[in-house]
Design a protein around this ligand. Structure first.
Ligand code: GLU
Length: 473
């Protein structure tokens, strides 16, 4: 059975890059009726927070990326890592390293100044028992390092694997320095914890960002050292901003929670993210998770970076909003309406308002602004005021009030008749007729079509609004 995982570190918010990784793993699990594991990689105690973890879980639930197992937390599995660290010590493939952060930093700088790639030089690799005892007597807590060199030398000089996205890859084994397995405080380093977990959890496929590519040869050496067979790896190319640079803070806030809070639909996010690095076939209009899962295939993942285009996402969001039923739209818009203070709108009225603005919404957050004109009479802005102050405006408004008395109900069908009668009575049409009415009703010179305003506001409300603006000075 396919078993995949999403393994976020709760040190900050989920960004588009991480969540695309989550999505592709989830799609692979669903496509193959496999298992999607959620694992929280919280071994960096100083930077991990439970708040960040909570937000990550909320983001995933919101997107509909439900997990079948977990969340496991690495911080709760420390004895497991220690056990396998012990095994590597037993095989003489791990050794204590007493170097201080300052020692390591000095070594790093020297290597860089000599033009060498920085890597651990092996100072503690062959310490005598006396030297170790001496360090311990001084109270130095050692980290545990992997004898990567020895592990690599007993194999071939290249670490090779077939990446699901990029094909055959090979790395110079000699380039891999002895890396840390357990830090001095006893917590596992990423490369070690991830291998132990992926192996023990039976992970069969690891799809992750290309930024982890250089970790993979290290992890493969650990698999060999522990006698485990590795999963298949697939490294997804980066997501770039419109300027061609890797997506980062400079491109604005690209956290999932920001999109969640600013009126994007989870369906639109998933539908859009699926196109970053994959080209789902889309001949039936909008794509949803189930349709994406049905056609997901690792073979179709792209090797080249994709560009995040916020305008396209927003446009697509508008299309997903249009596809909602009124019930769904109401539920989705409610928090935004409530935040704007619109708490008590009768359900039939709300449904009417929302269906009249649905086609204009690009994000749900725009809903309060769009319906405001139907719920309150805005004060005229300077342009509208100037129109209303002209003497003809008063005539138009008075005539409209008079004509409206003859209409029981306003409908899109009888609205042209109202306009026709006004035109005849006043001898004016076009802007001279529409502008004063619009200015009085909405307080500005643009906005919804008059027919829409009249029919949604209804006769009573129209008369009341016109009355208020008839003699403006
Ligand atoms: N915790 C790692 C990260 O958030 C997971 C990397 C991996 O998938 O192996 O980048």
């Amino acid at each position: 059975m396919t078993k995949v995982r999403f393994a976020p570190s709760p040190t900050g918010k989920l960004h588009l890059g991480n969540v695309r990784v989550a999505l592709f793993n989830w799609l692979l699990a669903r496509h193959t009726s496999g298992c999607f594991v959620l694992r929280i990689e919280d071994t960096d105690v100083r930077r991990s927070t439970s708040q960040a973890e909570e937000t990550i879980l909320e983001d995933l639930r919101w997107l509909g990326l439900h997990w079948d197992e977990g969340p496991y937390r690495q911080s709760e599995r420390l004895p497991v890592y220690r056990k396998y660290a012990g095994e590597l010590i037993g095989k003489r493939l791990a050794y204590p390293c007493f170097c201080t952060p300052e020692d390591l930093e000095r070594e790093r700088k020297e290597q860089i100044s000599r033009g060498q790639p920085p890597r651990y030089g092996g100072r503690c690799r062959d310490l005598t028992e006396e030297a170790k005892t001496e360090f311990r007597r001084k109270g130095r807590e050692p980290a545990l390092r992997f004898r990567a060199n020895a592990a690599a030398q007993s194999q071939e000089s290249q670490v090779r694997f077939r990446d699901l996205v990029r094909g055959e890859l090979s790395f110079e084994a000699a380039g891999i320095g002895d890396f840390v397995l357990l830090k001095a405080d006893g917590t596992p380093a990423y490369n070690f914890a991830v291998v132990v977990d992926d192996a023990l959890m039976g992970i069969t496929h690891v799809l992750r960002g290309e930024d982890h590519l250089s970790n993979t040869p290290r992890q493969l050496l650990l698999y060999r050292a522990l006698g485990w067979s590795p999963p298949q790896f697939g490294h997804l190319p980066l997501i770039l901003g419109p300027d061609g640079q890797p997506l980062s803070k400079r491109h604005g806030d690209t956290s999932v929670s920001r999109f969640r809070n600013s009126g994007y639909l989870p369906e639109a996010m998933a539908g859009y993210l699926a196109t970053l690095g994959w080209s789902p076939k889309n001949d039936k209009g909008l794509l949803y998770l189930s349709g994406l899962a049905e056609q997901f295939s690792v073979d179709k993942l792209s090797k080249s970076p994709s560009i995040f285009d916020q305008k396209k996402l927003t446009w697509l969001n508008g299309r997903y909003i249009q596809a909602l039923t009124i019930r769904e739209l109401t539920a989705a818009c409610l928090p935004y309406l409530q935040a704007a203070g619109y708490i008590r709108i009768e359900p039939p009225r709300l449904a009417q308002l929302l269906s009249s603005v649905q086609a204009e919404l690009k994000t749900l957050a725009e809903v309060a602004d769009k319906v405001r004109v139907y719920l309150e009479q805005p004060e005229p802005d300077p342009e509208a005021k100037a129109v209303l102050q002209q003497p003809e405006a008063g005539r138009v408004i008075a005539a409209a009030i008079k004509q409206l008395a003859g209409f029981q109900e306003l409908t899109p069908e009888n609205f042209p008749q109202l306009i026709q009668e006004l035109r005849q009575e006043l001898g004016v049409g076009g802007r001279k007729l529409y502008q004063p009415l619009r200015a009085a009703l909405t307080g500005c010179l643009h906005g919804p079509e008059l027919v829409q305003l009249f029919t949604i506001l209804g006769r009573e409300e129209i008369i009341a609004r016109l009355d208020k603006r008839i003699n403006i000075t």
